[in-house]
Design a protein around this ligand. Structure first.
Ligand code: 1HE
Length: 261
């Protein structure tokens, strides 16, 4: 399939997906989200981790409002469910996804970022949920994912007041895990994706699929499920090989944090 809204490439084990509609600030239309789904499917077939980033001055301006004004209510439901399907494929699929964020990360752009597993913002990034001003609601999973990341009180504030928050605040709110100088987010996201790609595939799968589900369970249920996943991963041939590599001093030790070394 030819690419209209994305620029994709493979670098070793890493799939890079660039949102590539800069003239519309990477606003996401129906065709755009479908192209994203195809790119994720392709990445799952050939890569071990992925990075999503924005091309142009912003990461993503969210829903394509020009397309949205023309929708009937039922088309809107289908549209939202399509976003859910694609973003769920990212969050609970086969690959760990890293996002590199700069400029506007707003509305559906924030929902897309929230479906990735590790978010790296540069200092130009700003975060907002302008749905209140537009007379709409989040429809790309934000009420579940973004609310769980930052807490429902902060999300309620953002949606009611139109508050825009900077990268440092987003980090303090757990909306992003890293803040780096301007222009450095993609580099860090790629280097972390490379690290994740070197993990055991089964462990990565368990991390991205089990952790969010266990979060939704009662503690006792979560602990029970954890035991099965722990045993299933630890008894895999790959785990045996990796454990023996450590015991025979062929695998690296855990490093101290850089600031303390
Ligand atoms: C768009 C969109 C869009 C820009 N849909 N066309 N999202 C929003 O409410 C955010 C709306 N956008 C903005 O506030 C600003 O565009 C930005 C802060 C992101 C960037 O500002 P700037 O000065 O760099 O760009 P610009 O001049 O505002 O926009 C450039 C063009 O992109 C312009 O079109 P042009 O034909 O006049 O050149 C804009 O109209 C166009 N554009 N954003 C369509 N979003 C699943 S539910 C999710 C719900 C939501 O995502 S709600 C939030 C929607």
């Amino acid at each position: 399939m030819g690419q209209t809204y994305l620029k994709t490439e493979t670098r070793g084990d890493i799939a890079l997906i660039g949102l590539n509609r800069p003239e519309k600030r990477n606003a996401i239309s129906d065709a755009f989200v479908e192209e994203l789904e195809s790119a994720v499917t392709e990445a799952e077939a050939h890569s071990k981790a992925g990075v999503i980033y924005g091309i142009g001055p912003h990461f993503c301006a969210g829903l394509d409002l020009a397309e949205h004004v023309k929708k009937t209510p039922f088309e809107g439901v289908h549209g939202s469910r399509r976003w859910h399907r694609v973003f769920d494929r990212i969050q609970r699929g086969r690959l760990p996804w890293f996002s590199a964020l700069h400029g506007a990360v707003v509305g559906g752009g924030l929902e897309l970022a929230a479906s990735t597993h590790v978010r790296v913002a540069d200092t130009t990034a700003f975060f907002a949920l302008p749905e209140g001003q537009r007379g709409i609601f989040v429809g790309g999973g934000g009420s579940v994912r973004a609310a769980r990341l930052m807490g429902v009180a902060r999300m309620t504030d953002m949606m009611l007041t139109g508050r825009s928050v900077d990268a440092k605040t987003a980090e303090a709110w757990s909306l992003v895990q890293y803040v780096v100088p301007q222009g450095k987010a993609l580099e860090l996201a790629i280097s972390m994706a490379e690290k994740a790609a070197s993990n055991a595939v089964i462990t990565n799968y368990a991390i991205i699929n089990a952790l969010p589900r266990i979060q939704d369970m009662a503690s006792d249920d979560g602990l029970f499920v954890e035991s099965f996943i722990a045993s299933f991963t630890a008894t895999s041939p790959e785990a045996e090989e990796r454990l023996n590599a450590f015991l025979t001093k062929k695998a690296g030790k855990v490093a101290r944090p850089e600031s303390e070394s």
